[in-house]
Design a protein. Structure first.
Length: 133
């Protein structure tokens, strides 16, 4: 008796365009990817404004007024939230991407994540001191 032949299934499978809405980790992944767009847009905007001030197209006073505009404050707040999301999810991925060993034992993930937070806070404090002094 001959074995029935199967018809091959198409590969790759077709997915819905809303596949990432099915689970929270997928949504978080997509938000993290979206965060890079806002952070990049903020950096470009800031570089353009600083370049204009440097070239004398804006005075420092008009630069400050531009930064205090409601639209830019809203955009900056959104960019900050996305930057924090990106930072937190990146730090959470460190133990998976860089599993360190101390002798035969693995370094605990909490220690790796905590070290990154301490380094970020220390660098932020140094930059804040430099800017304020």
């Amino acid at each position: 008796m001959a074995t029935p032949t199967r018809t091959p299934t198409p590969y790759p499978r077709h997915r819905s365009r809303k596949w990432f809405l099915t689970r929270w980790p997928y949504q978080l992944f997509m938000l993290r990817e979206l965060s890079s767009v806002f952070v990049a847009a903020y950096m470009v905007l800031l570089l353009v404004l600083v370049t204009q001030v440097h070239n004398g197209q804006h005075s420092v006073r008009s630069f400050e007024n531009t930064l205090k505009s409601p639209e830019l404050l809203i955009f900056t707040s959104i960019a900050l939230i996305f930057a924090l999301l990106h930072t937190i999810t990146w730090f959470q991925a460190v133990p998976k991407a860089l599993p360190l060993r101390r002798g035969e034992n693995k370094v605990p993930p909490g220690l790796l994540i905590g070290a990154h937070y301490v380094a970020m806070l220390a660098l932020s404090a140094i930059i804040l001191i430099i800017v304020l002094v």
